[in-house]
Ligand binder design. Structure first.
Ligand code: ZN
Length: 352
């Protein structure tokens, strides 16, 4: 089976929201959501970035949110900024669950901080997890918490999920829409980029707006990364990357992970799993044309989005691999997209 290393999932949020049932959700698996240990093994999921994400207050009371994406055009308002003191218990809880996964699985899941550890886990048939933060709400302006989370294993960070932080501004969810939606990094954001460079924490541009993207591009000394974004030329969502952004990423030897969310894959921007492989392959072809064969990987958004019916959940990854074969991709290119490119990129970013 082709092994997959994946750029983004929201399993930690799902576990945190129902933490008393963590054993059933993760270890045993109950067929719900997209990810659990048995289905990871069944799908060839060798590992990935596991996001800490802070839900906004009352987010659960807004069932219309996803429904609004059923019928584009849409332009969803962004929730308000969350202070570090309010975000930290949640971030700590999700970091705790990440390390619980390693402990409770008795080595079947491993918390990794180097590419060598990920390669070793994959060779041993274990799932390799890397701790990521999607939105830096839990970090205050003094950046002390960044160093604490680094000590907990944090090796990847997006300064914003779309909601504003003290560090910058993200894209609102808008279709059709251009990612050029407002101000970029703040002075605190510039300090955060420098601190992440110094600590070798990968900076994630997914959810950043065009101005913030340019700010990171000018400041950061690392190859550029968008862990879970698609091609704007195919699906004109604010969350996707325009051609100049893809070219800027390519220029640094950077990487983009293909997002499986149907709202970012479908040309009509709809939140609906009823779709075939053509849009998926159109995005992959466009990303490959702009980024080259070393710059394209996967960033599923499992447990955070509606994914195409052909994938359904992590156990459906072999279907995606087969669709790439059917589309004419050779085995070497498939292995690059599925695994090798992420590992080479992490080595470039973190140091070997
Ligand atoms: Zn996201």
């Amino acid at each position: 089976m082709v092994q997959v290393f994946d750029g983004h999932n929201d399993l930690l949020l799902r576990l945190w929201q129902d933490a008393a049932r963590r054993d059933e959700i993760f270890l045993t698996g109950e067929g719900k959501g997209h990810l659990d240990l048995p289905r990871m093994k069944a799908g060839g999921f060798a590992g990935g970035l596991f996001a800490i994400y802070i839900p906004s207050p009352h987010e659960g009371d807004a069932p219309d949110y996803m429904h609004m994406m059923d019928n584009p055009p849409y332009d969803l308002p962004l929730p308000a900024l969350i202070e570090a003191a309010a975000a930290q218990p949640c971030a700590l809880g999700q970091a705790g669950l990440f390390h619980w996964m390693a402990r409770a699985s008795q080595g079947a899941f491993r918390a990794c901080t180097t590419a060598a550890e990920i390669r070793r886990a994959a060779a041993d048939g274990a799932v390799a997890g890397v701790l990521h933060m999607e939105g830096a709400e839990a970090i205050g302006p003094d950046l002390d918490a960044l160093h604490v989370f680094h000590a907990m294993g944090l090796r990847s960070l997006g300064p914003v999920w779309s909601r504003p932080t003290i560090f910058g501004h993200g894209v609102p969810f808008r279709f059709p829409g251009d990612p050029d939606t407002g101000d970029g990094l703040t002075a605190e954001g510039e300090a955060l980029v420098r601190a992440c460079n110094a600590l070798k924490i990968m900076l994630d541009l997914s959810h950043m707006n065009a101005k913030g993207f340019r700010d990171v591009m000018q400041l950061s000394d690392a190859p550029l990364t968008a862990t879970h974004s698609n091609a704007w030329a195919v699906t004109p969502s604010t969350r996707n990357l325009t051609d100049w952004q893809l070219d800027a990423i390519a220029e640094t030897g950077g990487l983009v992970g293909l997002n499986f969310a149907t709202v970012f894959l479908r040309e009509d921007g709809r939140d609906s799993a009823e779709m075939g492989w053509e849009p998926v392959m159109r995005h992959l072809d466009h990303l490959l044309a702009r980024l080259g064969e070393d710059g394209v990987a996967l960033g599923s958004d499992f447990d955070g989005a509606t994914v195409p019916q052909g994938i359904t959940d992590v156990a459906g990854l072999p279907n995606l691999i087969q669709a790439m074969r059917d589309h004419g991709f050779g085995e070497a290119l498939i292995r690059k997209i599925a695994f090798d490119n992420w590992l080479a990129h992490l080595e470039r970013t973190w140091g070997a």
